[in-house]
Design a protein around this ligand. Sequence first.
Ligand code: ADP
Ligand code: MG
Length: 610
Amino acid sequence: MAKKQFKAESKRLLGLMINSIYTHKEIFLRELISNSSDAIDKLCYLSLAEGKSVDRSELYIRILLDEENRTLTVSDNGIGMSAEELENNLGVIAKSGSLAFREEMDKSAAEGGDIDIIGQFGVGFYSAFMVADRVRVISRKYGEESANVWESSGADGYTVKPAEKEERGTDIVLYLKPDAEGEDYGAFLTEWKIKDLIKKYSDYVRYPIKLGEETVNSMVPIWQRGKAEASDEECIKFYREKFYDQTDPVRVIRVNAEGTVSYRALLFVPAKAPYDYYSRDYRAGLQLYASGVMIMDKCEDLLPECFRFVRGVVDSPDLSLNISREMLQHDRQLKVIASSLEKRIKNELAKLMTEDADKYAEFYKTFGLQLKYGLLNGFGANRELLQDLLMFYSSAKEKPVSLSEYTADMPEDQKYIYYACGESIARLSSLPQAEPVREKGYAILYLTDEVDEFVMNMLGSYGEKELRNVNADDLGIEDAGDGRTEELEKANEEMLGFLKDSLDGSVAAVKLSKKLKTYPVYLGVQGDITLEMEKYFSSLPGSENKVKAERVLELNPSHPVFEALVRAYASDKDKAAKYARLLYFQAMLYAGVEISDPSAYAQLICELMT
Ligand code: ADP
Ligand code: MG
């Protein structure tokens, strides 16, 4: 029979496995055992959905070592594969783990990286080729009479033929490679080594993994154990292996709920985002079990969008097993679980914030933006859930603080929570218009994320306190001017009009400011669109600068520069116009607005100096 070729993508992954110099080749066993465990899960699920029950005590995964023939066999009596499935599942790169792995491989190769990333992914069935030069898969599908064998010696293709097999399920026979320098494949034929690997990688598999007649794994899923029987360290080990994350999570959350709906959950807040987190491919959700039978790998309905980074497992005896995905969405029990998990996750994050600020900061660096988007996408509906989890850099502490910390530190006479938005903290700490706030010694939140200003608008207030942008005319601070500015503005009305005209439509008005103390000028706006919003919208593709802030040039009437302006206006209008343009350029510099024509600015300075 002619050999069939692997699909191109599969061939590349396969090639990689065959020639692997990866030092932890032992993970092949974890991969094969987890496939067996999946196959038994599928069998349980299917038979339940069909209204038949399988005798759970009969289910097993078995490892057979044959030193003489130098083979290692992984067998299971799970769902099995038909001839067609052997072809489709093993001839073509499988979904999930393997595909993600290959993509990361490509990235890593492009960056000249090594293949150390193998340990981070579910590399799947082909990992068998790291240790074997020939693989036979004999499988008989649940409900079918006949069996088939898939066989391959690697890159030159594979065959599928009819075969004999007594029982339902799959045997994977690995013909181990000959030992070579520094490569002891023979070790995989020794019982102690295999026991060790099962304990290390597959202890929590819920079906017995037998070596001969002995069951090696402890089988009780870790989430079914109490704190006394499973330490945080063990949970973290489980997390690393299950979710292929080499970084410890920042928080382990265990739930053992009894009430209207009973369930156990073991959740993790990762420290790092998975590589595909911000891509369309990322699928959020918790793994869902009903009485120990996995019914869904990623149940999205269990997590609110804003906590989509949380990973873990939920197991409930109260969920009906033969439930379809569509029905699950409307399942009342599931909703109860989801809403209690939501509260729990929030509380755990809040606790982390107070108990371990550094860890929280680590988490927030990675997922803070997700929380902000959660607030925006929910149009404020998630406010109660999220407002206490947000952190912003505070001028008073020189580090991020929560809104609750900020308000706790507010002096009695401080009316508002102040914030300023811009690109960098350095620039924000010298904003002219924030002078009155700084002078009072009030803390200002410096917001440097693009979405921050929208977040503040969405929040509007925190507790009793209103949030206030330092751009606002009214900063809630008594000014000593008492009417003097208004008087001066009246007196200089004509000049201000002239200055506005000489700026050629760049500003909507030129005004006298009540806020400035030592700075001569700042760039304010009127209306709802701020300069930061304008920047944000103009950065979006295809926006063509449609969203524009209405700029206002604010002058400090008690600054000597203002006197110079008045003198110039009286004696030399041309010079006054130049001054106006110069001050406008300055205001843009303070505000961090890009000057579109720097040569005009330079030219202007030269003209005024000579
Ligand atoms: P993944 O497990 O991520 O789907 P693998 O490469 O590990 O990818 O496996 C490919 C596919 O082969 C599986 O999705 C499954 O359909 C099938 N398969 C592998 N091992 C078994 C097995 N022991 N029993 C039944 N099907 C299996
Ligand atoms: Mg797999």
